[in-house]
Ligand binder design. Sequence first.
Ligand code: GLV
Ligand code: MN
Ligand code: MN
Length: 408
Amino acid sequence: MTWDLPLWQSLLPIGRHPATGGYRRYSFTEADSGCREWFKNAAAERGLRVECDSVGNLWAWLDVRDDLDRGGAIVAGSHLDSVPDGGAFDGPLGVVSAFAAIDLLSERGPEPVRPVGVVAFVEEEGARFGLACLGSKLLTGVVAADVARDLTDSEGISFAEAIAGAGLDPGLVGADGGLAERVAAFVELHVEQGSALDGMGAVVGVAESIWPHGRWRIDFDGRADHAGTTRLADRRDPMLPYAATVLAAREAASECGALATMSKVRAVPGGANGICSAVHAWLDARAASEETLESLVARVMECARGSADQHGVTVTSRCESFTPVVEFDRDLRDRVVTALARRGTTAPVLPTGAGHDAGVLAGVVPTAMLFVRNRTGVSHSPAEYAEPEDCAAGVEALAAVIEELACR
Ligand code: GLV
Ligand code: MN
Ligand code: MN
């Protein structure tokens, strides 16, 4: 196959910011509704049955004849939402590839003996409501409906209001207790968000594990005052402990072989000639083990408190999103690697520091991930890219895995 798919081309313009070339596909916004329409059209063109679950996750089903049906479905997919100014591939590559893999299977046979599904999870990035993988965490019961309903975006709109605006009933949001019975395996294909595969000369990889990771909101409250008349000694400037915390996060992460990022910050009220009254900051932290992650975050918070004290500022923090370590199902992983090897594809097994809905589903159903080479390794950026021939190889690999799991 080739990657000049109308399916991919028709998704590309939706939610792309004309000035930056990055995607701003936030859940339940106009861009998201364009993506949802695109999904429904893709399903309709293939004669797939569409379902929207209580959370807003979209499913497209290739049903099987009753006399063939061996039970649990094989589902592939990913997400269509983006980070602010995200790339074209993170999420959509997995959804488009799932539809394209179904096309390949239909062309080449054999006939599935299990239903095959394509899913697009909502709010994977947590860019609007702050909680990563919200759609899959709600579906699997990892996040309670009450907690989700009360989450708010930067304008104060709640998740409940947002999904009501999209025609869903917030009162019905909740876990799907029948998921484990209905779905025999979930496979998420994703663009690699690093360049390990390129270093190994491989086009497709298989996930081994996901580092535990989370986001913490840190609020520094000081006192607004005049930039030209307030003596340095009299200031209670929240920007100073914030700055110290950014540097401490970097130092602590480097010392414990982990990752810490403080890229989202809001200064209030944010005038150039005034000391701000508050700084709202976010820490994204990831490590190979939960112990390391815990001690990294503790060190950062200790610095925030110490520096805040020094500057007459108060500090409060809370965890907005946390995903524990994930080890993908070893039997399924081995089966995937073997099925690919049988077709001449050597797929290295890799850990990753990036979060995915697959990591959440892994707690409930056997789950695997395929990564597609990204030669520059750049992601969460308009520069994110995978070569068309690598995307095509990803579809071939996904089709092989679906055939292995759904046609025997
Ligand atoms: C998702 O891409 C994440 O790791 O934040
Ligand atoms: Mn992402
Ligand atoms: Mn993603």
